[in-house]
Design a binder for this molecule. Structure first.
Ligand SMILES: Cc1cc2nc3c(=O)[nH]c(=O)nc-3n(C[C@H](O)[C@H](O)[C@H](O)COP(=O)(O)OP(=O)(O)OC[C@H]3O[C@@H](n4cnc5c(N)ncnc54)[C@H](O)[C@@H]3O)c2cc1C
Length: 570
């Protein structure tokens, strides 16, 4: 079978906010750019963002406060140069989105309305009711499409063409007919989003399987800070579907089975609006100590009834719908049941501020860029503040697109050959022809259960070791999988098998990085090392996977700045 080779100036994998914003900038600069996406762009997880996008716009707020809150929220692991850059550019980014056509909710005087979010000194999250993601994604996608960006929907990227320290394209196949193609380009950007689907209780879309990370890691390139997975305090009980922090931002309160507003004990000042890691651990702790509610006593109450019908319908209509659909509870009339849910991935493909992917602590890969949730720049450090990641995706997506446009003419196209698709073809053929007796769905469930139970909001050496051993076992059993659907047309079983392979790889990074980090910082809480240890661990983890699947850990300095290390209290 001959493999088609398509040539572009730039290829972007992913059509969420980061991918669309980058593509729009490249096209605006006259570059020939294509976006490869396994979903229709508007189904990207960015469209699910509910609560808001941060920018210090009001006179009561300042860029410096935004920086401080972000660095403090990160438990001082964020790189302060990147945080400064993001916070400084945030107001301009929001105004740009507005000029592009995004309709924000407004105050009486016509200015963009802002709501309080956890860990923020001032109401800073600009919102569009409770559907900021959809508003922004539709707008930016429309603008990219209008300029003529080529969108290749339902194409699944399986490999990166990486040789001699340079990237010259990707290999992908069309989900419609499993036709493999090579996309040869001077530069490639990954904007493949988050990966909390490795956990059973997760707010993430089914598509968030971390493909981009594992594809990169399989080439021996590093992944940074993978131990830091954020657990959001309010997932709907049982399935983890997100109830945005906006519910607490607007005044929602948390109660346990004794009717106690338990956050008074954990964060006496900020209460429900302490940072996410703090509130999530408080919830998990209440449940562990027997003060949970609901039929399985594995939830707590989130109560917004005192806000009244008008405000709920005006600002939180989607959240109300979600709770009615999934729990049969109407938040206008009664409290709803929530518990912590795996939500966001702070770690990812290491990049510098302009988006160049790192080969190691000091060198970069020519022609390769990343932005959005799959990347680690690192503006969130050990814990991200709510409404900072839509900002990150949009702002860095745009900026990295501009960087690519300005550098593309200095990169020579390295022609691809059919051989470059060999790895991808071998993997697909192996999945379709392997005749074992293990089922991907079963293995995936075991992985997700293990990650939620043993690598969740509370961790110990012992629990993490259970996860390490389980992943080892699953990797062995994975060799023995079998898919029943051998067809070439929309073979979702094949896709799920590929995705599960990716999950297994990055999950290994999560647990091995977590076991080595013998301290508690941000979202990574070790019960056996319950203090932050700046002497030994004020550093980024850099993990490298070899061809046998073993991971070697190294570390990289944190870029410190004007915000000095302090104990983090709320
Ligand atoms: C329920 C929910 C609510 C949230 N609310 C907020 C909020 O209010 N404020 C905030 O700041 N943040 C929020 N976040 C986080 C934020 O939405 C995300 O971090 C951000 O939108 C990620 O954007 P992205 O462009 O990096 O990735 P995504 O939007 O996830 O897009 C990823 C893209 O990659 C493509 N892709 C992935 N793998 C492949 C592959 N192998 N081949 C081809 N294409 C591939 C997908 O098709 C998709 O187009 C929320 C997240 C969730 C889950």
């Amino acid at each position: 079978m001959s493999i088609p080779i398509y040539t572009y100036d730039a290829i972007i994998v992913g059509a969420g906010l980061a991918g669309n914003a980058a593509a729009r900038e490249l096209k605006n600069e006259g570059k020939n750019v294509a976006v490869i996406t396994k979903l229709h762009p508007l189904r990207s997880h960015s469209g699910a963002a509910q609560g808001g996008i941060n920018a210090a716009l009001s006179s009561a707020d300042s860029i410096e406060l935004h920086e401080f809150d972000t660095v403090k929220g990160s438990d001082y692991l964020a790189d302060q140069d990147a945080v400064e850059f993001m916070c400084q550019k945030a107001p301009e980014t929001v105004r740009w989105a507005e000029r592009m056509g995004a309709t924000f909710s407004r105050k009486e005087d016509g200015q963009i309305a802002q709501r309080p979010f956890g860990g923020q000194s001032s109401p800073r999250a600009c919102y569009a009711k409770d559907r900021i993601g959809l508003t922004l994604l539709q707008t930016i996608y429309e603008q990219a499409f209008r300029l003529g960006v080529k969108f290749l929907d339902e194409w699944y990227a399986t490999d990166l063409i990486y040789k001699d320290g340079k990237v010259s394209g990707i290999v992908a196949f069309h989900l419609r007919d499993t036709q493999i193609a090579i996309f040869n380009a001077k530069s490639v950007m990954f904007a493949t989003g988050g990966y909390a689907r490795a956990f059973k209780i997760s707010s993430n879309a089914h598509a968030n399987t971390g493909d981009g990370l594992s594809i990169v890691a399989r080439h021996g390139l590093p992944l940074e800070d993978m131990e830091f997975v954020q657990f959001h305090p309010s997932g709907l009980s049982g399935n983890g579907v997100l109830i945005s922090e906006a519910a607490r931002g607007e005044g929602g309160k948390l109660f346990n089975s004794k009717g106690e507003r338990f956050m008074e004990r954990y964060a006496p000042n900020a209460l429900e609006l302490a940072s996410r890691d703090v509130v999530s651990r408080a919830i998990v702790n209440e449940i562990r100590e027997g003060r949970g509610v609901g039929p399985r006593k594995d939830a707590v109450y989130l109560d917004v009834t005192h806000l009244g019908k008008d405000l709920i319908m005006q600002r939180l209509p989607e959240l109300r719908d979600l709770a009615i659909t999934f729990l049969g509870l109407d938040m206008i009339k009664e409290p709803i049941l929530i518990s912590a849910t795996a939500h966001y991935s702070m770690g990812g493909i290491p990049v510098d501020i302009p988006g160049h992917v790192r080969k190691n602590n000091t060198e970069f890969v020519e022609g390769f860029y990343a932005a959005g949730e799959c990347s680690c720049v690192s503006v969130h450090g050990a814990n991200r503040l709510g409404a900072n990641s839509v900002l990150e995706a949009l702002l860095f997506g745009r900026f990295v697109g501009k960087t690519m446009a300005s550098e593309i003419d200095d990169i020579a196209l390295r022609p691809a050959t059919e051989d470059d698709a060999k790895r991808a073809i071998d993997e697909i053929n192996w999945i379709l022809n392997n005749n074992g007796d293990e089922r991907v769905a079963q293995l995936r469930e075991e992985l997700q259960d293990t990650m939620t139970d043993h690598a969740g909001a509370f961790r110990t050496e012992e629990s993490l070791q259970v996860a390490v051993d389980k992943i080892k076992e699953l990797r062995q059993r994975h060799k023995n999988i079998r898919v029943d659907d051998k067809s070439k047309v929309f073979n979702t079983e094949l896709q799920e098998a590929l995705e599960f392979g990716h999950m297994l790889d990055y999950a290994k990074f999560i647990v091995e990085s977590a076991i080595a980090r013998k301290e508690s910082r941000g979202a990574h809480f070790r019960e056996d090392f319950d203090k932050r240890d700046d002497v030994n661990f004020l550093k980024h983890t850099m993990g490298y996977m070899d061809t046998s699947g073993d991971i070697k850990l190294d570390y990289m300095d944190v870029t410190l700045g004007k915000h000095e290390l302090k104990e983090r209290t709320y």
